[in-house]
Each structure stands twice: as structure tokens, then as C-alpha cells.
Design a protein around this ligand. Structure first.
Ligand code: NAD
Length: 363
């Protein structure tokens, strides 16, 4: 089968890490008889340099006309790059926000995985982490507090600010369905996180999640209050499979979960709309401090490509093989600088990509 992928190399380390992910996809294509057509799209600083804007209308159309988007990361050094002398709406990040909005990406997926081989990077105690953990935070991305009505008023010399947190049942239903769908492809467990003891929006969230859960009898699910979830993530992260939550809670919990893994260069992410289409990118930024030095860890981007195969193309076997190859390469002792520990073999970006490709060939 043929799949069309829009590729956004982006800025900083973006082009280097995307190149390695493409190498992996090409190998998967050869092994399983698929072909991947890659069309390059400019976004962020790279687009500003060529077109004067961080995202053109043509770039949006190209992204839309593909089956999925694979992205590196965008942005430069915010203190020194000339891109940040531009007004906010012309800066690199504005292009990414516009692209996400244009593509209707409402579901954000951030896996937080602690590999047995990288346990040393985890700030938690050994008895808590056991053999590692593997959870997926599913965050609603287009509603809630960040998109509600807001205002600041002054009355009798006192300033008061308002931000409203609004969700309608359709917005909740579509993200909940996505969460349960994802759980069906994983450990079949959903923890829906809210603050239903205080917020009306959370009580509606709970009611709709209860309704959606009935359509997925194979998935076990529970509700958890967000403050408890924040504690449980450091007390017993192994208990989680899919954490399903609204925008702000997801923003905070996904950062907490990623810090618990201790390895920013390993964390993939995806943003999905209500079709099979998705945008796949590492959780980290463009790391301008190490750009062009062949030291960046390409694994987060390679694992994002694996997510693309699993969630946009339903190629689960192929995704499994990439994830297994990453684990095997780590087991064999190879590390980029960011995850290096004593006694391990240091490799660069390209070599890490090649090692994973070779492992896929063997697998
Ligand atoms: P960052 O994630 O780029 O870097 C933080 C630290 O982690 C740096 O020391 C960096 O060298 C290191 N690091 C990040 N990824 C790595 C990798 N794959 N391998 C090895 N080390 C890695 O965050 P930042 O420095 O705050 O931001 C840099 C730029 O990235 C900014 O312009 C920011 O706006 C942008 N950014 C973009 C995205 C995105 O494209 N979605 C996300 C976050 C930040």
C-alpha cells in the first residue's frame, strides 16, 4: 500500500532527526512491501527565511493533501535568533499553532515510557519503577480554559480577571472515544481525570465518559481526581495505561509524566483530528544549542513515526517492530549523549538511526 506523508524538517535539530526517522520508514516500507511518498513542507523559521511568514497557505494545503504529517521541531534560540525580533504572529511558533488549528487537531497523545535500560534517568526510587512503565496521556487540545472567554475588568480601583472553562458534550464525546480507541490498541485501561468534586465541566465530562465507556466493554476504566492523579504519577506510575483528560489538566500532567521518565530525547507525540489524519512530532523542541552537531537523539522522532504507522495507518506490526528495534539497540548499550551512562557506547544522531534500521532488518 502507498502512504503519503508530509514531512516538516523544521529548525535546529529538526532536519537531522527527521532524516533518521525517514530512514527507518523507508526500511519498514522495504521489509513489509509498503511505499511511503514524502513531500517536504516548510514551517517555522525555515519558512520565514524563504517566504517571510512561518506558514504559507500552500503549506497548509500540502499538509492536508497527505495522509499524515511527520515533523521535526521548530523554533530557534529565543534570545538571539532574528525570528524572535518579529511580532508574535510572525514568529516560528505562530506557524505551528496555525497549522494545528487548520488541521483540526483536537486530540494530543503523549506517551511517557520508561525503558528498563534507562531506569537510571528516572528520578523515582527503584521500588516504585520496577521494570519501567508505559502510559499514554490523551489531552483534549482545542477547548477548556485555554480557549474560553476571558476578560479583565477594573471596578472601584480593583482589577479582576476571568477565564472561563467550557466544554460541550460533543467535544467531550469525541476525545473520550479517541481515548478508548487508543486503549483498545494498548492495555485496555482508561483513567479519566477530572475535578468533578468542584467543577460543573468535570461533572459533564464524567457523565459523557460513562456513556462512551459502555461502547467499549473490553476496556476497564476509572475516574480519578486531578490532584490525586498528580500524586499517583510519582507514587505508582505503573498503574496507568491511558490517561484521558481535558486541556489544562493534560498540559500539566503530561509534563509531569515526561519528567518522570527523565529522557526528553525519547518522548514521541501525536495530534489527531476526527479522521485517521495526524501530526506526529517529538515532545522536545528544536534544541538550537546542539543543532548541526550530529549529537541529537533521533529516537523521539523515530518513535513518533511508529505512532504514525499505528494510529494513522493501522500498521501495528510495523510500529511494534520499530519500538522493539529501539529497545534492542538500547539493550545492546548504544546511547546518544543525552541518555549516556557509564559503560555504554556513545553514538551520534546518524549512527543511532542506522543502528535502529539495522535492527529492523534483523527483526
Ligand atoms: P528544547 O526541548 O529544544 O531543549 C531543551 C534541552 O534539551 C536543550 O538542552 C536541548 O539540547 C535538549 N534536547 C532537546 N531535544 C533533544 C534531543 N533530541 N537530543 C538531545 N538533547 C535534546 O527546549 P528549548 O531549548 O526550551 O526550546 C528551543 C526551541 O524549540 C525554542 O524556539 C522553542 O520555542 C522550540 N520548541 C518547539 C517545539 C515544537 O516544535 N513543537 C516544542 C518545544 C519547544
Amino acid at each position: 500500500m502507498n502512504y503519503k506523508i508530509a514531512v516538516i524538517p523544521g529548525d535546529g535539530i529538526g532536519p537531522e532527526i527527521v532524516k533518521e526517522a525517514k530512514k527507518v520508514l523507508i526500511e519498514i516500507g522495504e521489509k513489509f512491501g509498503h511505499s511511503f511518498d514524502f513531500t517536504e513542507v516548510l514551517l517555522g523559521g525555515a519558512s520565514i527565511d524563504v517566504h517571510g511568514v512561518p506558514l504559507t497557505d500552500e503549506a497548509i494545503t500540502t499538509a492536508r493533501n497527505n495522509d499524515a504529517v511527520l515533523m521535526g521541531s521548530i523554533g530557534g534560540n529565543t534570545a538571539t535568533s532574528p525570528w524572535y525580533k518579529l511580532p508574535p504572529e510572525k514568529r516560528p511558533e505562530a506557524g505551528l499553532l496555525k497549522l494545528r488549528k487548520s488541521l483540526n487537531l483536537f486530540a494530543n497523545l503523549r506517551p511517557a515510557v520508561l525503558y528498563n535500560e534507562l531506569k537510571g534517568a528516572c528520578p523515582l526510587k527503584d521500588e516504585i519503577i520496577g521494570d519501567g512503565f508505559d502510559m499514554m496521556i490523551m489531552r483534549e487540545l482545542t477547548g477548556g480554559l485555554y480557549f474560553g472567554e476571558r476578560k479583565t475588568v477594573e471596578e472601584d480601583g480593583v482589577m479582576t480577571a476571568y477565564d472561563s472553562l467550557t466544554y460541550n458534550e460533543n467535544e467531550i464525546r469525541r476525545i473520550a472515544k479517541r481515548g478508548f480507541d487508543i486503549a483498545m490498541k494498548r492495555g485496555k485501561k482508561v483513567t479519566s481525570v477530572d475535578k468533578a468534586n468542584v467543577l460543573d465541566s468535570s461533572r459533564l465530562w464524567r457523565k459523557v465518559v460513562d456513556e462512551v465507556a459502555k461502547e467499549y466493554p473490553e476496556v476497564s476504566y476509572e475516574h480519578m481526581l486531578v490532584d490525586n492523579c498528580a500524586m499517583q504519577l510519582v507514587k505508582d506510575p505503573k498503574q496507568f495505561d491511558v490517561i484521558l483528560t481535558e486541556n489544562m489538566f493534560g498540559d500539566i500532567l503530561s509534563d509531569e509524566a515526561s519528567m518522570v521518565t527523565g529522557s526528553i530525547g525519547m518522548l514521541a507525540s501525536a495530534s489527531l483530528n476526527d479522521t485517521k489524519f495526524g501530526l506526529y512530532e517529538p515532545s522536545h523542541g528544536s534544541a538550537p544549542d546542539i543543532a548541526g552537531m550530529d549529537v541529537a537523539n533521533p529516537i523521539a522522532t523515530i518513535l513518533s513515526a511508529a505512532m504514525m504507522l499505528r494510529y494513522s495507518f493501522d500498521l501495528d506490526k510495523e510500529a511494534d517492530l520499530i519500538e522493539a528495534a529501539v529497545k534492542e539497540v538500547l539493550k545492546a548499550g548504544y546511547r546518544t549523549g543525552d541518555i549516556l551512562s557509564e559503560g555504554k557506547t556513545k553514538v551520534g544522531t546518524k549512527e543511532m538511526g542506522t543502528l535502529i534500521v539495522d535492527m529492523i532488518k534483523k527483526g
